[in-house]
Design a protein around this ligand. Sequence first.
Ligand SMILES: *[C@@H]1O[C@H](CO)[C@@H](O)[C@H](O)[C@H]1NC(C)=O
Ligand SMILES: *[C@@H]1O[C@H](CO)[C@@H](O)[C@H](O)[C@H]1NC(C)=O
Ligand SMILES: *[C@@H]1O[C@H](CO)[C@@H](O)[C@H](O)[C@H]1NC(C)=O
Length: 517
Amino acid sequence: MSLENLQLQILKTLDAQGEILDTKDFTLEDGTQVDQLVILGALNSLLSREMVEYQSLDSEVWYLTEEGKEISASGSHEVVVFNTIPEGPEGIAISELQAKLGNVAKIGQGKAFKNKWIKKNGANLVRAVEKVEDQTKEDLIVIQETGSHPNAEVLKDLKRRKLCDKQKVTTYSVKKGAKFALTIQKQATELTYEMMQSGEWKNQTFKKYNFDAVGITPPGGHLHPLLKVREEFRQIFFEMGFTEMPTNKFVESSFWNFDALFQPQQHPARDMHDTFFLKDPATTNSFPEELLKKVKDIHTNGGHGSIGYGYDWKEEEAQKLLLRTHTTAVSSNMLYHLAQQPKFTPAKYFSIDRVFRNETVDATHLAEFHQVEGVVADKNLTLGDLIGFMEEFFKKLGVENIRFKPAFNPYTEPSMEVFSYHEGLQKWVEIGNSGMFRPEMLLPLGLDPDVRVIAWGLSLERPTMIKYDIDNIRELLGHKVDLAMIKTNPVCRLDKKMGKELEGEESKAEPVPNPIH
Ligand SMILES: *[C@@H]1O[C@H](CO)[C@@H](O)[C@H](O)[C@H]1NC(C)=O
Ligand SMILES: *[C@@H]1O[C@H](CO)[C@@H](O)[C@H](O)[C@H]1NC(C)=O
Ligand SMILES: *[C@@H]1O[C@H](CO)[C@@H](O)[C@H](O)[C@H]1NC(C)=O
């Protein structure tokens, strides 16, 4: 019996009888009873369509216990005993009765004696009356048929004898609803685009929302491994007293990205093959006037002991908008603002954010990646301070054994590549880049000549790939990322040792170019 068939039967009955006074009397066409809970389900669905109305009827129903059912079928024990004793003075031997009836003989005898239906004749039992009535059986049959008994005393007595008991039952009285019909129209569960297009929604009836329904547990958010590692880096910087720089803009001018960093306008990094330039808008001209002049001057003529580059610096080149190629574009801006303060205060800045380079995408390179950068500005800082900061920083990352190698970067001097000894590979591997910003960059910004700025950087992807054992960068970032990996990657890892983590490093080409170059 499907739910719909049951509903149709209910509707048919309502149509024929006007109403159903009590669903306890409701039967299917073939006479079978339906569980009241099933009826309730059918009624609720019809109610939501306003096809019926119903009210609950709570009642108590008496029912027979197993023993009660037995007695209603074969008679009470005392009557069975009486009927087993033959008429006449002979009667039956007690032992024979016992053998015939077993337990029933024992219980039945007592009651029959009490009723004075039987008596003893020597070792035999004989009848004391001509016939007996089985009131108990009749009472039980009444209960079985009607669910109750007119005599409350009887019910009480039979309940005490554990032959019957009562239970609460809810049934329903049903009436036709405002939209009563003999057929059930299929209800739409959703208003679709197509329905709105065709106008079909006007003809549709919609299923009502059930706001009491238990909803599906939403599949929650999961942090991407890059975000987890980024958070670890952030915590290290915070522990070391650094402030996070506002890096929330991807578009920069060439001026802040290159010129302000004393990177010449002919530098290959400024080529469209290396940098993404914007088409629309292609340029900006909102620069601090004074700074623009100073930058032009230092590029063209030098100064502060520098001979500059000696070329014709063009403002149009500085106006070009691009997707920042490093977060150092933000650092130069921050240092400029630091220099505008009436009195210099030391600063420790960091940022971890996305940068863009026109790279050919392969297993270890993407056109965008994240740069981790730390910048410290204070008077008379030395290379020793830079080494000290980096040693502390990498130690907090779990890298204890680091070394430095002189390197060249356009806007830092001296510059150092950072290496860590790899136990597995038995060699030194590069883990970052660093340097002291050149005076040609700092002095035009307006910083005090005593102020030195040290900086170091690394990529976020490389340590993340190592920590999460990801070989192909496209599995970490981009449209090929497996969402299951993001959902199931561990909340925390118990990294044994950076040396261990770096194992297999040799097979991975450097995933990203050095953040500072
Ligand atoms: C809506 O119902 C009317 C009357 O039955 C019918 O003429 C019309 O075509 C229906 N409209 C749509 C979009 O199904
Ligand atoms: C990226 O570089 C390639 C050549 O290396 C060039 O063809 C392409 O136009 C560049 N893309 C952009 C958006 O500048
Ligand atoms: C920085 O060094 C210069 C030159 O050695 C010195 O005159 C100045 O007092 C130093 N500043 C600080 C804050 O130590």
